[in-house]
Write a protein that binds this ligand. Sequence first.
Ligand SMILES: N[C@@H](CCC(=O)N[C@@H](CS)C(=O)NCC(=O)O)C(=O)O
Length: 251
Amino acid sequence: MAAVQVDINNNNSRSSDSGVEASVWIFGYGSLCWYPGFEYDKCITGYIRGYVRRFWQGNTTHRGTLEKPGRVATLIEDKEGITWGCAFKVTGQLALDYLKQRECTLGGYQTDYIRFYPRKASEWSGISGQAFPALVYIATPKNDLWIGEEPLVETARQIAECQGPSGHNVEYLIRLAIFMREELPGACDEHLFELEGLVRRFVAEANVAITSLLGNAPRRIRRDSHEEVRRHVSFEFTARVPEKKLRCLHI
Ligand SMILES: N[C@@H](CCC(=O)N[C@@H](CS)C(=O)NCC(=O)O)C(=O)O
């Protein structure tokens, strides 16, 4: 069968002779974990190596404005680093076109490929537990919205004060922290959870109910079911409590 390429630069591509639509896995580690916004066939939790998650990317189109840029997640190379999140299997070009607009055009992210390690294997659906390639959207210091390293308390202050067209910056952080606690209990991410503690404190000191900043609860996502779910954007919720606590992978 002809090699099937997925063109991440949205020139519609499919295998030349079979017409079969190409599939690709996309790794999410920020808002994609709780609001993918595109149709997908599968969603599984897991991690990547060699990166840590940091809120060092500015944002003026979703969670901030030009006057008050918010803070969103990106990945920073760290050879000891582990970043937990989830991967979505998508077929065809639609999701990639959507993400090119949401992530690259509006967010300053660029695409790269990394190796994704599934948290759960599933023999019958071909997820062996072995790492496989996944597309990832990363904001690097080269983009105009880059903030870079700053005191955590400064990042927390910005998040507590910023909002944009997609909602409050606090929602972005809290929903990611909720995803990690619910889907990957015990997975380490000091930066994320320390930032969450500071933001919760600042919001409380301002006498604001944090729930008032969270907008509408996104429909939860069926993860690790290892079945082709072909979910439209209205995902079905299933509570999945991992069988065992995840240990920190200090590899
Ligand atoms: N690429 C990361 C981060 C993506 C991300 O958070 N992008 C932001 C800024 S461009 C976004 O789409 N936000 C939508 C929202 O905040 O609702 C991921 O895989 O989750």
